[in-house]
Design a protein around this ligand. Structure first.
Ligand SMILES: [Zn+2]
Length: 64
């Protein structure tokens, strides 16, 4: 089983990058790395974002 989430689904108007993970933990880690690298997040702002939007983010995860 592979979990994935797409940036566009998460609300980004231009980025169509898809992140993958075998587990939710791995997926969130990959999403964080992508967020920091491509979307200008820092450890702190990502943590803040997740503290507000984790449930929404989780609802966007696809199983395949
Ligand atoms: Zn992105």
């Amino acid at each position: 089983m592979t979990l994935s989430i797409n940036c566009k689904d998460a609300g980004d108007p231009v980025c169509t990058h898809t992140m993958y993970g075998e587990t939710e933990e791995e997926l969130l880690k990959n999403a964080k790395e992508h967020g920091i690298k491509e979307h200008g997040y820092t450890e702190e702002t990502w943590k803040d974002e997740m503290s507000h939007n984790l449930e929404h983010f989780r609802s966007l995860i696809k199983n395949s």
